[in-house]
Design a protein around this ligand. Sequence first.
Ligand code: NAD
Length: 314
Amino acid sequence: MFSVVTGGAGFIGSHIVDALVEKGDRVLVIDNLSAGATANIIPHIESGKIEFLQADLLGEGWQGRFSGADRIFHIAADPDVRASAISPGKVYDNNILATERVLEAMREHGVKEFVFTSTSTVYGEADVIPTPEDYSPLIPISIYAASKLACEAMIAGYSYTYGMKSWVFRFANIIGERSGHGVIWDFVHKLMDKPGELEILGDGKQIKSYFSVGACVEAVLFAVENSGEPFNYFNIGSEDWIDVTAIAEIVVEEMGLSGVKFTYTGGDRGWVGDVPKMQLSVEKLKNLGWKPVTGSAESVRSAVKTLLEEIRDT
Ligand code: NAD
């Protein structure tokens, strides 16, 4: 199996690369390194197990490398809700336009299988929680979420029009080794700067599902192997949730701090576009035989430990 992974030098992409190498796939990573780093995949580059091409999906020169590929894992994107409110044009380019260019390159080179990382945020502020895949109407409340929903629609259209098979995964908050953004990263770095106090965005009651990256990648590959419609779409996350203050408490505990004063910026959400309550129903994937292995608190604690180790090692 020849797999191409766009965004394979980033957080989730590099874990997908690990799993594909383990599985014995031939792997090509395409990444512009705007957020990713070759350090995330360096053992595989040095051992010759993968090829790496530094290229921007908005540029030229990479499309021909799809020739002979069996499956594209399109992971590259601007992944941040908060940043998407500041630079919507950049998000349009890196998410919507880049996805359309990848789909076109697949069409040109006859690649038939496409895997895409979407997001829980496509559901907006759902009034059914845990939210199932067939929830509607889908009303995104951020530019990021809107961009991913636009991609999903385009992928469905390409799949049925050009005889491709695709898998769209709507992830909860994915955390763990090599993550360079998100609430855990923010809290750890704020506390390293000022160990006596922690500013928490919103009222700390935002409550969401968190899931470890290793388990997430296993779920992706499980679904790809066990479903086969032209357009397949699945939620992936844990079956519980945790609020932001509880995450802060775990971070403080794992950093060995005490007496930290929490201050809250107030309001029911951390930033414009933040969805304050999110938990996904994973029944559809469970019906295929998959079981979520870790809960939110356990995933958070493990991600904090890993981040602290990574910081100590640098
Ligand atoms: P990340 O920033 O670590 O990875 C994205 C990678 O894409 C980076 O390596 C970056 O350099 C690359 N990239 C971005 N634009 C590019 C372009 N134009 N050309 C080539 N490479 C480009 O982010 P992540 O957290 O690993 O997210 C991976 C995917 O999963 C994204 O599609 C994101 O939307 C999705 N997702 C992530 C989460 C999460 O909790 N982390 C949740 C839901 C969905």
